[in-house]
Ligand binder design. Structure first.
Ligand code: DX5
Ligand code: ZN
Length: 259
């Protein structure tokens, strides 16, 4: 079983009010997706390690950095050092996968491998164990608001089979064109981590949009489970003093949420 996770993409937020956007989905978004673009790997420019610092000052939601840059070998570990909880590098750009993933992990982050729609996952089979997440792009990277590429669905299903057959500990993420119309078939095909920009921050109530996307994914794919109570319920009440708990009078860890 896997948890259905929704990662709002900050690329779709109002850049003048990025902190407000992060706060608007706090307690609902599992993680925040932070796109990094360099005008070279993609024809657009966005976000930097300073964005990671700025977001960490305003939210406890973990940050998922998606590096759409050339030479991630050189730059990716720096995002982990700034506190990104996951750093995803593109297969088409990386030089030395082993060295770069080791450096990201040594800096304390999880690692992701991203592939563009036309890049086969099969080329990287021997390296998948070095990653915690596999990102299958469902658009050509570079811009939000593009149309979901249905032709990626068979690739998603194949990746899901591969992960299950090999028993890989790998989250399967998609990014691009995820919305109320496309999330169900993506979930059915085997995705457990959904990045959504326009379909979250393009709506009046981004928190409600996150919950409604998650509900659609959960309804479409029985293999997916709801996340821990921390994401869907208010925080548990404060723990009773230790003496009370030992006497059986406390309400410790209500809902499984650690205090
Ligand atoms: C584009 C980015 C995406 C983008 C998705 O290359 O990687 O994260 O924000 O935007 P939507 O969800 O609007 O397609
Ligand atoms: Zn992205």
């Amino acid at each position: 079983m896997a948890t259905a996770q929704i990662y709002p993409s900050m690329l779709a937020a109002d850049f003048g009010r990025i902190a407000d956007a992060a706060r608007a989905v706090a307690g609902h978004a599992d993680w925040l997706h932070v796109d990094v673009m360099d005008y070279h790997f993609v024809p657009n420019l966005a976000f930097s390690p300073d964005t990671v610092d700025a977001l960490r000052r305003v939210t406890d939601t973990p940050l998922d950095c998606h590096l759409m840059i050339e030479n991630p070998d050189r730059w990716a570990p720096g995002f982990a050092e700034r506190g990104a909880a996951n750093v995803t590098i593109h297969a088409e750009a990386v030089g030395d996968i082993a060295r770069t993933t080791d450096a990201i992990r040594a800096a304390g982050a999880r690692t992701g491998l991203a592939v563009k729609p036309a890049t086969p996952v099969e080329h990287y089979l021997d390296d998948l164990h070095r990653f915690d997440l596999l990102l299958l792009m469902t658009i050509e990277p570079g811009f939000g608001g593009q149309k979901f590429m249905d032709e990626v669905l068979p690739k998603i299903a194949a990746a899901r089979r591969l992960i299950d057959e090999r028993g890989l500990d790998l989250w399967l993420q998609i990014d691009g064109g995820v919305n109320r119309e496309t999330i169900e078939r993506s979930a059915e095909a085997g995705v457990d981590v959904f990045v959504a920009g326009t379909a979250v921050f393009g709506l009046d109530d981004p928190a409600a949009a996150v919950e409604s996307l998650r509900a659609l994914a959960l309804a479409a794919a029985p293999r997916l489970t709801a996340p821990a109570a921390a994401f869907v319920s208010p925080p548990a009440p404060a723990q009773a003093p230790v003496a009370d708990r030992e006497a059986g009078g406390g309400a410790a860890a209500v809902g499984g949420v650690p205090a």
